[in-house]
Write a protein that binds this ligand. Sequence first.
Ligand code: HEC
Ligand code: HEC
Ligand code: HEC
Ligand code: HEC
Ligand code: HEC
Ligand code: HEC
Ligand code: HEC
Ligand code: HEC
Ligand code: HEC
Ligand code: HEC
Length: 309
Amino acid sequence: MRWCFLLLLAAGLLRAQAPPGPSASGYVGSQACKTCHADVWFLFYRNPHYRSIASGAEPPERTGCESCHGPAKAHVEAHGGKTTIPRAFSLMQPGQVLEACLACHAKDFPKVNIRRSEHTRSDVVCTNCHSIHKSPAPRFLLARKQQNELCYGCHAAVRAQFSMPFKHRVNEGFMECTDCHNPHGTFTPTWRMAERPRLVDQALGNEEPCVRCHSDKRGPFVFEHAPVRVDGCETCHYPHGSMNAKLLHRPVTATLCLECHNGAGTFGTRNSGIMIQSASHNLLDPKYRQCTTCHVRIHGSNSDSYFLR
Ligand code: HEC
Ligand code: HEC
Ligand code: HEC
Ligand code: HEC
Ligand code: HEC
Ligand code: HEC
Ligand code: HEC
Ligand code: HEC
Ligand code: HEC
Ligand code: HEC
């Protein structure tokens, strides 16, 4: 049975690999590369880009090696050389790399505005993160390295943030950067008055990515706590890691709340405006300093406008 299967497979491969044949436009077909670039060739069958060779259904300019490197007739006739091939990536500028890949992949990124992303504008393009021929494993989506190591390579400070006592477990392999970010880019978000998009990915409905997992915080609530909805989760939480429990910005909850509910004007209060020493809140009494023992529904409530239940 097995040899029979192999025979079929071999027959399939032979048919699939039949070279398109030399053409006037300067395409010679991927078979022509085998003799000199055997190292690249014989790993290529594992590559998702091998599909164009296997199917044999694509036009020459979208098939195999030449779909990225360009027509190689002159290159083969010259027996190699970097300057004889239209697209030798080692000689290309970031903008040229981007265009070469987007020739096929533009339709993958309609939701991210890749040409205007922080990465693109800083000349970080496809080949900084993806390796076509030397990705360590196919399941990494042709990434140069395992994802967090790839990102830490350029964002060293972020590694330290994920090593703090309270953190999302990225280093432990439980989550990835791409659970919250889209490295290809993002459109302006609705929260934080669209300030600093930070490549933060958006959940359905243009919400923060956090609510994909913390869905109990999604709302909408009958009584919204304005900063959760308007300013976003990172007003009170560090998204990566923190010295403080629950990833909070402050070790003591009261100091976090009093950044806004501090009696300045009437901001953040409906009635009095004076939080430090109001009749109902005497902050000299330690019991009042742990605000969330009473205001338990701090992310929003469906039953109480003071978030008490
Ligand atoms: C999807 C686009 C793409 C396809 C298809 C492709 N290459 Fe490449 N190739 C690249 C990129 C990008 C580089 C630059 C190095 C890198 O990022 O891995 C490269 C580098 C190379 C190099 C330089 C040596 C090296 O490993 O860096 C050779 C030789 C090469 N390719 C040959 C081939 C051959 C032969 C094929 C067909 C079997 C092929 N390429 C198919 C994109 C492609
Ligand atoms: C006769 C041998 C030969 C054949 C056939 C050949 N190449 Fe090359 N190729 C070379 C040599 C030699 C170099 C130069 C390597 C160097 O200078 O580092 C080269 C360089 C390249 C590079 C430049 C890599 C870089 O960015 O530095 C690419 C891409 C490439 N070849 C792709 C192809 C493709 C695609 C084919 C098939 C259509 C092909 N080659 C066929 C010998 C060959
Ligand atoms: C000729 C068209 C074409 C070009 C040019 C091209 N790709 Fe692709 N790429 C494809 C196709 C087709 C797939 C397979 C898509 C699928 O499986 O649905 C793919 C898949 C991928 C994947 C996904 C891998 C996976 O495991 O799903 C990555 C990453 C990728 N390409 C990166 C690149 C980069 C980087 C470049 C530029 C160096 C590039 N591609 C150039 C057609 C192309
Ligand atoms: C800053 C790093 C980075 C850059 C720059 C980058 N990618 Fe990616 N790409 C990734 C990571 C990480 C993933 C895996 C995403 C995931 O696991 O959800 C990915 C996934 C992909 C995928 C497969 C999944 C998908 O979203 O469709 C394709 C195709 C792809 N990239 C192509 C490209 C192309 C083409 C370019 C350049 C135009 C590019 N990437 C630029 C990091 C990058
Ligand atoms: C080749 C280096 C490089 C790699 C790899 C890289 N980045 Fe970046 N990244 C940059 C540069 C440069 C900028 C723009 C300058 C800056 O703000 O630091 C940037 C910007 C960002 C920003 C926006 C910062 C801001 O201030 O708005 C985020 C978020 C980000 N990268 C996440 C990632 C993630 C996630 C990965 C891995 C998938 C990654 N980066 C991989 C170099 C890189
Ligand atoms: C739990 C979601 C989440 C995860 C996981 C995550 N990030 Fe972030 N990241 C954010 C948010 C939200 C911001 C915006 C923070 C702000 O604007 O205050 C951000 C900001 C950034 C910035 C800009 C930081 C700054 O202050 O200048 C970089 C760079 C960055 N992230 C890289 C990474 C990298 C690399 C990884 C993976 C190792 C990662 N992030 C994982 C949510 C996340
Ligand atoms: C991929 C799912 C996922 C995403 C996206 C996500 N989280 Fe989390 N988060 C978790 C899990 C799981 C935990 C549990 C703690 C752990 O991993 O040890 C957690 C823990 C937390 C905690 C601490 C809870 C505690 O009881 O100590 C806070 C606060 C938090 N996340 C806020 C956020 C914010 C803010 C964002 C968006 C910037 C976000 N999360 C995005 C999965 C996620
Ligand atoms: C106004 C400040 C503030 C904002 C904005 C905020 N949080 Fe919180 N969050 C807190 C405080 C305070 C706690 C600790 C509650 C406690 O002590 O019980 C907390 C606790 C949490 C916890 C852990 C305990 C629990 O209730 O599950 C998670 C998860 C969490 N927040 C996620 C989020 C997400 C997701 C967002 C954005 C949608 C967000 N937070 C926005 C103040 C805030
Ligand atoms: C970033 C600023 C900010 C932070 C931090 C903040 N709040 Fe608020 N809070 C507001 C705003 C704005 C309102 C809406 C006030 C209004 O409707 O007039 C509000 C409303 C409230 C209300 C309802 C009061 C009313 O009059 O409707 C309570 C209770 C409350 N916050 C408690 C807290 C507690 C407890 C914390 C700390 C865990 C906290 N807030 C942190 C800005 C903040
Ligand atoms: C012992 C329970 C308790 C604690 C602890 C507590 N509160 Fe309250 N808070 C209340 C109750 C009950 C109300 C309802 C209105 C009232 O009685 O003034 C309220 C109302 C509020 C209001 C709305 C007041 C107004 O004038 O509109 C704000 C804002 C507020 N609390 C913030 C805080 C902050 C910030 C802390 C922590 C420093 C805190 N609370 C701690 C019970 C508490």
